[in-house]
Design a protein around this ligand. Structure first.
Ligand SMILES: C[S@@+](CC[C@H](N)C(=O)[O-])C[C@H]1O[C@@H](n2cnc3c(N)ncnc32)[C@H](O)[C@@H]1O
Length: 331
């Protein structure tokens, strides 16, 4: 059984040729569901490396078993949001084709930020497509088709391959599970096909991993005294949401449970404050625990900086000794 692949564990960016064992053009399917379209792509493009990304565990299990059952050697499925994959895993101009079939609409009030088709994510797709590459999308929701058409019309880096904004049939394609349901229930489907042209792509840098942050500080307080003063707190700043949820006392350490939500990655991780001298009371290290497979992002640096500032604020004689945090509390 192959190791499960996740955007939380893969290198940013990922060496796809090494992962597949062969350098071939890349195809990305976002939200592959039960995998019918991945199977179709595998047969239609045997000389490509095909990556499917999904957030649903059931779909990932289905994808893994499809690959094993049908020996689809040119397909890998990755646990990742589209956003994490596009921003962290793929280099600019590295993908030849992107497919999105029946994306979740997220039309309820307050949910629009979860929608796949929005300006930032579309710009990331344009940036990651190679010139001549293609973006294909299908939906059975008229409002989603309208908003997709409006976004695409304002995307100079893509050229429409169809005679109109969309067509209502693409007979050469395999029918996906959602498409089957839509047809059975009598809904119209809307298909889009665009090609990446030679115009400059929007500037969407790859988000790479930072060095792991840590802080060394002195404090007259004991770990118990620091822990006793903790009260849950939040920091919200645009796309960054940090929540210090709780603190637990371990042997020679305090463990803080932290949620760090950023536009492209959400992490539930832990920070450790441990006694450096292995005795209560003098010098402490604040670092990111290995629990929860943390990735050192800008948000994680900000969160360590915030917790460090709070720990130092607990006593007037507390002093920083080493600060390996790229973003401190005043930034
Ligand atoms: C409506 S279903 C369509 C499934 C399949 N493409 C089909 O046509 O049958 C949408 C799929 O997208 C996945 N999904 C939703 N948001 C996602 C995201 N941000 N990144 C990757 N997949 C996502 C869901 O888990 C779900 O399987």
């Amino acid at each position: 059984m192959r190791e499960k692949l996740s955007g939380y564990d893969l290198a940013w960016t990922t060496d796809w040729a090494a992962l597949f064992g062969v350098q071939r053009p890349l195809i990305l399917e976002i939200g592959f569901g039960r995998g019918a379209f991945l199977r179709y792509l595998a047969g239609r493009f045997p000389d490509h490396n095909i990556v499917g990304v999904e957030v649903s565990n059931r779909c990932l299990v289905a994808g893994e078993s499809l690959i094993a059952r049908e020996n689809l050697t040119n397909v890998r499925v990755i646990h990742s949001t589209a956003e994490m994959a596009l921003y962290h895993l793929f280099e600019p101009a590295s993908i030849e084709q992107i497919y999105i079939n029946f994306p979740d609409p997220w039309f309820k009030p307050g949910h629009s930020h979860r929608r796949l088709m929005q300006r930032d994510t579309l710009d990331a797709m344009v940036n990651r497509l190679s010139v001549g590459g293609e973006l294909t999308l299908a939906t059975d929701i008229a409002e989603y088709a309208e908003l997709t058409a409006a976004l695409l019309a304002e995307t100079p880096g893509l050229t429409n391959l169809l005679p109109s904004a969309w067509v209502n049939a693409m007979p050469e394609r395999v029918v996906t599970k959602y498409e089957q349901i839509a047809r059975r229930e009598g809904r119209t489907c809307y298909y889009f096909a665009h090609r990446r042209n030679e115009l400059p792509a929007p500037d969407v840098p790859v988000i790479r991993e930072w060095a792991m942050p840590h802080i060394v500080f002195t404090s007259p307080l004991t770990l118990d005294e620091m822990g006793a003063q903790f009260a849950e707190f939040h920091h919200d700043d645009g796309d960054l949401h940090i929540h210090f949820m709780g603190v637990y006392r371990g042997r020679g350490a305090l463990l803080f449970e932290v949620h760090v939500g950023e536009a492209t990655i959400v992490q539930r991780i832990a920070f450790l404050v441990s006694d450096r001298a292995k005795r209560e009371g003098r010098e402490y290290t604040l670092q990111v625990s290995a629990l929860g497979h943390p990735r050192a992002t800008k948000g994680v640096h900000k969160a360590v900086g915030l917790l460090g500032a709070w720990l130092l604020s607990l006593h007037p004689d507390a002093q920083p000794v080493i600060n390996k945090v790229a973003i401190n509390e005043d930034e």
